[in-house]
Design a protein around this ligand. Structure first.
Ligand SMILES: [Zn+2]
Length: 325
């Protein structure tokens, strides 16, 4: 077993970023994996989860090697902010990046090149959603492939996500997936440019290190790495802390309010619903109801937004729509 910690120095215009990179090699031939965290700077539980994975893998890696990136956006971590501070861009819509581009594009390009050195068999990207969220694993859409190649990768992605032990959420349908540039997220770019499986794990709130989320992430990564054959065992979700409705769900944008006000959810994250059920109510500050947000299909509540005040037309959370057939 060999462990090496290093820094990736990235020239991002008139500043530099220093990204921590940790390589763990079992010394036994096998697959390779990459685990990344903190592409969004205010999503800090993943940083601590990667540190926990580092210690755990030194005892548990049975074959192959793993490269860990505890923070892809350390300056934003320091400011506890989501976006890259130099240009305000969402780093998770910039992959594979561009050398000589904006600060975010340069950062993405450096990360992309570094990941390419490993030629990973799987990439796992750790994120957090909101305080009102169940943990879940996102499956990207392999929109760059078609026919049998797409089916093969889609199947592999689904199996890996299921082995995380968390609720599985398929990304938006192809047209929305591309309109929202999700093929330029880190996981989306790995799927659509390297044609390798990548999953995004979301657990816990933003802005704080949440120890339940750290534990959930570590266990979920265990499950995914076990499927690839890097470690033994399976994911062991902690039932006392995790609500994980099983089944396959598709991310929906249909939970929107028509009025501005205070959004009060009627259901808890993890609750299932049927068409017509009231998901939540928008009230004015006197307490009078202004609008009801109703379900349009069968589904599950994945997360509610952190901000209690919602604007007219705003999406109030992430819901999973039952994937038929
Ligand atoms: Zn994120």
């Amino acid at each position: 077993m060999q462990r090496r910690a290093d820094w990736l120095r990235v020239d991002i215009g008139d500043d530099h970023a220093h990204l921590p990179v940790i390589d763990i090699d079992s010394g036994v031939p096998g697959p390779s994996a990459v685990v990344t965290a903190n592409v969004h700077g205010d999503e800090s539980s993943g940083v601590v989860a990667v540190h926990a994975l580092d210690r755990w893998l030194q005892d548990s890696l049975v074959r192959g090697r793993v490269r860990l990136y505890p923070s892809l956006n350390p300056r934003a971590l320091a400011l506890n902010t989501r976006r890259v501070p130099h240009d305000g861009a969402d780093l998770n819509r910039c992959f594979p990046g561009r050398t000589g581009g904006t600060a975010s594009e340069r950062l993405a390009a450096a990360v992309w090149a570094s990941i390419g050195e490993v030629t990973p068999d799987v990439l796992i990207d750790l994120h957090t959603d909101s305080a009102g969220s169940i943990p879940y694993t996102i499956v990207d859409r392999a929109v760059s492939l078609s026919g049998r190649a797409r089916t093969r990768l889609d199947t592999e992605l689904l199996k890996l996500a299921q082995d995380s032990g968390l609720t599985v959420l398929l990304e938006y349908p192809d047209d929305l997936y591309q309109r929202f540039a999700l093929d330029r997220s880190l996981a989306g770019a790995v799927v659509n440019r390297l044609h390798k499986p990548a999953v995004t794990i979301e657990a816990g709130p933003r802005g704080v290190v949440d120890w339940d989320a750290v534990s959930i992430m570590r266990r979920a990564v265990h499950g995914v790495l076990a499927r690839v054959g890097l470690v033994d065992g399976t994911a062991q979700p902690d039932a006392s802390r995790v609500t994980c409705p099983s089944g396959t769900w598709r991310r929906g944008t249909t939970a929107r309010t028509r009025r501005a006000g205070v959004f009060v959810p009627s259901l808890r994250p993890g609750d299932r619903f049927r068409p017509g059920v009231v998901l939540g109510v928008v009230r004015d500050l006197v307490g009078d109801p202004l609008d009801e947000v109703r379900a349009q299909s069968n589904g599950v509540v994945v997360s509610w937004v952190d901000s209690p005040w919602v604007e007219s037309g705003q999406v109030v959370g992430t819901i999973g729509i039952a994937e038929e057939g």
